[in-house]
Design a protein around this ligand. Structure first.
Ligand code: SAM
Length: 252
């Protein structure tokens, strides 16, 4: 066969990840709240503020799941538009695209309800169904960790961004102090799989999620990958002592 080891590995990863999100889609939002003790909401608020959505912009939220980030972007862009003046000036509405390769997640998001600025699309972070230089801002929240080839996703982000466009990634990262790491290990190795078993009746999927967090590159390594994809002025903002981090950069 022509498949090298790396290809087989990537295929297996895609299969695993799809399985995980198929099985969790219906419980997804509840699980997020339980596993992060509600804190993911604050991280998402901080990330949305960092992206600073503006009226009239095209904003793409990749691996957007049930639309948590896209709802924030829509409301923030609208508020900025209202502050500027005539809120009925529809020409300046933002357009916020939620893209996810799992139709179940999208459907759960549609059920939850959207904002007028939002549209939903099924597609892959590694092959975005969008032309070059077509979006003002790209975001990916708790999604890139699951992508089979992170570098491909980053270069796709770079491709679809206009010159001057912003890249933002919110993802689990490395706790920066020993004390936080200890507490976090106890929580993620014991509590998260137990909650997964209890709520979703699926310990294995949540065990997999915990392991995928551990395998994901640390702040500095990931920053370098973003720079290698052609982004400039990349900054890292740690959340909860590095349990999660926001990476932000500019396409030039
Ligand atoms: N962004 C949402 C949030 O922050 O709540 C959802 C995050 S959820 C943990 C990860 C999402 O990534 C899932 O909805 C999954 O279907 C999606 N996903 C994983 N790999 C993907 C890929 N290659 N392309 C598009 N979506 C992907």
């Amino acid at each position: 066969s022509s498949f090298g080891f790396r290809d087989v590995d990537a295929k297996e990863k895609v299969r695993m990840v799809r399985g995980v999100f198929d099985s969790v889609a219906s419980n997804y939002d509840l699980m997020n709240d339980l596993m992060s003790a509600g804190v993911h909401r604050l991280w998402k608020d901080a990330a949305a503020a960092r992206l600073n959505p503006r009226p009239g912009e095209v904003i793409l939220d990749v691996a957007g799941g049930t639309g948590d980030m896209a709802r924030r972007y829509s409301k923030m862009a609208r508020r900025a538009q209202e502050r500027r003046g005539d809120p009925s000036d529809t020409n300046r509405d933002a357009s916020v695209i939620v893209l996810d390769y799992n139709a179940e997640m999208i459907l759960a998001g549609v059920d939850k309800g959207g904002e007028p600025e939002m549209s939903w699309s099924v597609g892959d972070a590694m092959a975005l169904p969008l032309p070059d230089a077509s979006v003002d801002a790209y975001s990916i929240s708790f999604g890139i960790r699951n992508v089979a080839d992170i570098s491909v996703a980053l270069s796709e982000a770079r491709r679809v961004l206009k010159p001057g466009g912003r890249f933002l990634c919110l993802e689990f990262s490395r706790p920066t102090t020993g004390a936080i790491r200890k507490a976090y290990d106890a929580w993620s190795f014991n509590a998260i799989p137990a909650i997964g078993q209890w709520v979703a009746k699926d310990r294995d999927s949540y065990q997999y999620l915990v392991e995928s967090i551990r395998r994901f590159p640390d702040q500095t390594t990931f920053k370098r990958m973003i720079e290698d994809a052609g982004f400039r002025s990349v900054t890292v903002t740690n959340m909860a002592g590095g349990v999660a981090a926001i990476h932000h950069g500019w396409a030039i």
